[in-house]
Design a protein around this ligand. Structure first.
Ligand code: FE2
Ligand code: FE2
Length: 467
């Protein structure tokens, strides 16, 4: 146990130091001689188990310190040294959250060791009562062990509720048959050495046959480290050697196993909801893309093919996974702004007039306007805005140049033109790949980013084809 004594009277400090050294040598006592020093200690040093504070200090009172400790949720017991015969103060001190008090009458120091220890256990027990109750199914055949464990937990960890069975068969009968059935217990505590029983088989049944994720804590004998490793490999959550410190370590071990299992369940649930969100998001993107293409059957599938090729180019260029994901998303709806263009212009089987072409040229900006208020994890609206910009500034709508254009847009621009040229259009047949490469090579450095062009050609040379 560690105690912080807050006392500004040198004579009393020395008295406390001497008494504790003599009658409670296991208790480490540190001293602060003012409220300010005590506050600093509680903020910066490892927390004590108990704070022993004199009621009146030069720069405040024990009430100030109590208020800091209780409102700040600092987990320490507090004992206040009060004035002699002042019952009113005692009531106020206890109401303010002190765990105990000790009137400073002559010889008070003799009562200190037991008062501090009592306060510590009272505080600890109180805290345990407020912990989340844990139901533990405990398999143990030895009635003495059962009784000792029950008694210890009742006194020191009353939030752990034991249900005891004396054989593995009894335990299996009570446990659910499958993960879908409700389980009454938070932790399964199992003595490895049940006479006449194959405990490993019991563990295998729980984990592998029934698929239960109930945390399993095994109790083993001394020197069974190899066995412990085997148990962990087979799915035990933790193990504990039954030695002299066994009871003290049991509650934290059970809590730990429970929290570990809860954390991995939460992680799995988070992963599942993340996957659901991802597939919903991808579905929505595709839905938006399809809406655009319904009005223009000739370019049906264009956006998805562009997205797919842009991803292949981005992978070839070694971009990171998140940027690539953003490129796929932007590609799959880059022409969404075409929703505002009359369908007869989109499907016109002849060359567009200047007026019509000017209308078509509005689609990157319209796309940007549609998307700009959605909080994408990528600069997606801007990528869509820039997908018709050219390196030499001859693109539209803003005539951006070189590095002013986002890399994602430079990749989309190449994928877009390659897909469009390689596909049939009402006003021209599809071009073969060599012609397409000639065209983008001749535009490299003027219209298109040469690195993107090279990556695109390499991708096709390695066998990429549109789906
Ligand atoms: Fe476009
Ligand atoms: Fe396009």
């Amino acid at each position: 146990m560690k105690v912080l004594c807050v006392e500004d009277d040198k004579w009393d400090s020395d008295l406390i130091k001497r008494e504790m050294a003599k009658n409670a040598p296991d208790v480490a006592v540190e001293f602060a001689c003012s409220l300010q020093e005590a506050r600093k200690y509680l903020e910066e040093a490892a927390l004590p188990d108990v704070v022993l504070a004199d009621l009146f200090l030069a720069d405040g009172t024990a009430f100030d310190l109590l208020k800091d400790i209780r409102t700040g949720g600092i987990p320490v017991a507090v004992v206040v040294l009060t004035g002699y015969g002042d019952e009113g103060t005692v009531v106020s001190v206890l109401k303010a959250g002190a765990d105990d008090y000790l009137p400073k009458r002559p010889g008070f120091e003799k009562l200190l060791p037991q008062t501090l220890e009592r306060a510590f256990y009272r505080f600890d027990r109180e805290r345990a009562l407020h912990r989340h109750p844990l139901r533990v199914l405990y398999v143990e055949h030895d009635p003495r062990d059962i009784e000792l464990t029950r008694r210890y937990l009742k006194d020191f960890a009353p939030h752990i509720i034991l249900d005891v069975v004396t054989s593995g068969a009894d335990a299996l009968e009570r446990l659910p048959e499958s993960p879908e059935e409700p389980c009454l217990w938070d932790v399964f505590l199992l003595d490895y050495r049940l006479p006449g029983e194959d405990t490993l088989e019991l563990l295998r049944e729980i984990r592998h046959k029934r698929g239960l994720d109930l945390p399993v804590v095994m109790i083993t004998g001394r020197g069974d480290e190899e066995l412990a490793a085997q148990l962990l490999r087979m799915g035990a959550t933790d193990y504990m050697v039954k030695n002299v410190d066994y009871f003290n370590r049991l509650p934290p071990l059970i809590e730990n196993a429970y929290h570990q299992a809860s954390a991995s369940r939460e992680k799995a649930a988070y992963k599942e909801s993340e996957n659901r969100y991802k597939s919903l998001f991808e579905g929505l993107l595709q839905c938006l893309g399809k809406i655009t293409e319904i009005r223009d059957p000739y370019t049906s599938g264009h956006q998805l093919r562009v997205a797919d090729l842009a991803v292949a180019i981005a992978q070839k260029m070694g971009l990171d996974a998140n940027t690539i994901e953003g490129i796929r998303a932007a590609g799959s709806l880059h022409d969404i702004g075409k929703l505002s263009i009359p369908a007869d212009i989109l499907t016109k089987p002849a060359k567009l007039t200047d007026l019509e072409y000017n209308l078509v040229k509005l689609h990157p900006q319209t796309g940007y306007e549609i998307l700009k208020d959605i909080r994408f994890p990528w600069p997606l609206p801007e990528v869509v805005y820039q997908h018709h910009e050219k390196l030499d500034g001859s693109g539209y709508p803003r005539g951006l140049k070189g590095k002013e254009i986002l890399l994602e847009s430079r990749i989309l621009a190449v994928a877009d033109v390659v897909e469009a040229m390689a596909s049939f259009r009402p006003y021209r047949p599809s071009l073969d790949l060599q012609e397409v490469f000639r065209e983008i090579r001749s535009g490299a450095a003027t219209k298109y980013d040469p690195n993107v062009v090279n990556a695109c050609i390499e991708v096709f040379e390695e066998g990429y084809r549109f789906k």
